[in-house]
Write a protein that binds this ligand. Sequence first.
Ligand SMILES: Cc1ncc(COP(=O)(O)O)c(C=O)c1O
Length: 390
Amino acid sequence: MTNFYEMANRNNNLGTETAFTVLAKANKLASEGKSIINLGIGQPDFQTPEHIVNAGIKALKDGHHGYTQSTGMPKLREAVSYDIFRRHSVKVSPENIIIVPGGKVIIFFSAMLMGEKNKEILYPNPGFPIYESAINYSGAKAIPYELSETEGFSFSADDILKKINQNTSLIIINSPANPTGGVVPKLELEKLAKGLEKFPKVVLMSDEIYDQFCFGENDFTSMLKFPELKDRLIILNGWSKTYAMTGWRLGYGVFPRKLCEIAEKLAVNIHSCVNASAQYAALEALTGPQNCVEEMNQTFKKRANFMFSKLNELNGLNCQKPNGAFYCFPNIKSTNKNSLELQNILLDKIGVATVAGTSFGKFGEGYIRLSCANSHEAIEEAISRMKNIF
Ligand SMILES: Cc1ncc(COP(=O)(O)O)c(C=O)c1O
């Protein structure tokens, strides 16, 4: 059939998240009877804790079936504000918080708020692929800064600051990081905050979605800790990873007042509000018992340590110890295969789903990402299958 329409050009700039493509392929192979171990998608393999699920069910039964405020229920915004204070001792007004359907939305909002033709946005590479995609869609120029293995996959504040020019409107940072498991030391964050004083027009978006999964020598430091950035700082966070709630679609953004007003308009235009019962579940997650978070953190830490040491026993792989999030990002350069080739070999030949480093940007070539969000037994079995390849 011939199409006579002409799609808007900007759609050619949209990227994607290959982890979902790998997931679809892995699910298809599994449905055909192949034994698949999924170390591809980045989602906790735990169930959402029962008290949180029950709060969602109760909300539905109690008749919370309607729209809520587009910024989120006031008591949920208050709970987020309190949670930030409890964890970081920083006061954020609930008025500056917007509840959204998944942390990802904040990436898009940030790109839409600050990106347009002739603007430049800096982002980590390798990094979460939606950064580059959203920047390109906004019309701005996407300027990568490299996270290198030799620096423990942390960024150098000097490197970022050097890339700023009069067109730079936004900088995106992410720590603990997907896909590398790197955590940026506090000193480097301080250096960035201090260095940005010279560039008052530049907004910073800090993606802190893995903040509670930090288990290396560097503790997590929120960018909220730097008051000098207060008026131009966007924070991305949410419930997906912390409370094993990826499918509930729940995230939040902290915005400075001026940006918050536009973010609210974007929310009204795009999704009206987040599912009401999910917001009640989110409220319970923040106000209920927190031991589930620590338990998951400890489990990811054990698995990450196990996975990274086992990967290093395989010929041709060299893996740094992850300090946070739930991924290992081994260097595969000695295998003489590129990242995509290896991703395909692992899935097609031995049924192990991973994601090629290049899915996270050009500096991801020579690496693959394996998620620790699977059981110890599954990880052990995957490594034992990998021994037939390496
Ligand atoms: C770094 C990073 N930011 C944001 C997100 C989006 O999270 P959500 O599922 O809440 O949209 C992810 C999900 O994998 C992520 O890895």
